[in-house]
Write a protein that binds this ligand. Sequence first.
Ligand SMILES: Cc1cc2nc3c(=O)[nH]c(=O)nc-3n(C[C@H](O)[C@H](O)[C@H](O)COP(=O)(O)O)c2cc1C
Length: 377
Amino acid sequence: MRLDPISLYDYEARAKHVLPHNNWVFVEAGAMDERTTARNRAAFEALTLRPRFLRDTTERKTATTVLGTDISFPVMIAPTDAHLNAHPEAERATVRGAGMSGTLMMCSTSSNCSMEEIAEAATGPLWFQLSHRGYDLTENLVKRAEAAGFKAIVVTIDAPFPTPKERDIRNRYERPGEYGNFREQQARIAATGEARDWEMPQSPPIMWRDLEWLRSLTDLPLVLKGLRVAEDARLAVEHGVDAIQVSTHGGRRFDDTMSSIEMVPEIVAATQGRVEVYVDSGVRRGSDVLKALALGATAVAIGRPLYWGLAVNGAEGVHHMLEILREEFNRAMAYCGQSSVADLEDRLLNIPRDWGPFRTENDISDHLPFVRGGEEA
Ligand SMILES: Cc1cc2nc3c(=O)[nH]c(=O)nc-3n(C[C@H](O)[C@H](O)[C@H](O)COP(=O)(O)O)c2cc1C
């Protein structure tokens, strides 16, 4: 008898088996030498937890809130495009899986389904991931997202230029399906042969000076996704954004940077609780979620694993993959003596001396609110 997948890595192995080669590579690959993609995992693995016993942790509360939206545990679905790569129902299946697990999905500007179709299939909260496509198209996307009931706008800032991945170029990868959010424009270019302005901006990428304009379009909270350093985090606070998603885009756009998780302490220290901080890139185990929270993140997001769940078993696969993470996270909390996400204690982590951008132990404790201070018991 064949066992159900029991870890995200089981889902990964099965997805590799069932997906067409080029679709598999599109999901899995990173930019250039894929060092940042590898580092995203290695940096999580280098952190270790500090178990605590002899406490009553029989009741554990994993629910939390992100920008006022309730989620059942601190794991969200990161925005990723073209779910047709993994399943014929595309984003409609993903959003049902997310809803079954009581968490929210961030929907990509470049989804196969339109945002309205995803909203119709959704049973849980949605955020809209915005890729700037020039002022007119972007305004249209933001207004539609607001009208369709999306609860926040997640502006991706770390993909300003086209950067196809080398393995996709070698494979002559062709994206499946349409751009659901740009059907009108697709019909127009089919008739006129105009440039495909929704695929990559013909206009300059979004800049700090555009954020005020973006704010003027909507009352929805703004999240900046892909921000990685303290200097930009301070600017984000000055520009009135509501949250930061520290992300390396899964290492898919630019190589040879720190991993996302290594930059979380710096961003948390720079923003001092004035914005919520999330992190994605490399989260594969429930213990990774606890590590991210111990460094000051409010929640994490996952990208590639949702394609693995989709490829293996559609909406049910996404749901089950999330339930595996939930169970692992729950167990990690219990082993570290924690009963509530809202009330995690200090000193949950051991951080190696050469981890992240830090040089000395003092440097580390300057940045780590949760490592500093806690009394040794
Ligand atoms: C196949 C794929 C497509 C993606 N498409 C988008 C996208 O359209 N917009 C975006 O902001 N990020 C996109 N991302 C990046 C994810 O939002 C997220 O940052 C990344 O996948 C997290 O890393 P992980 O895959 O290791 O979990 C994509 C990622 C993957 C794997």
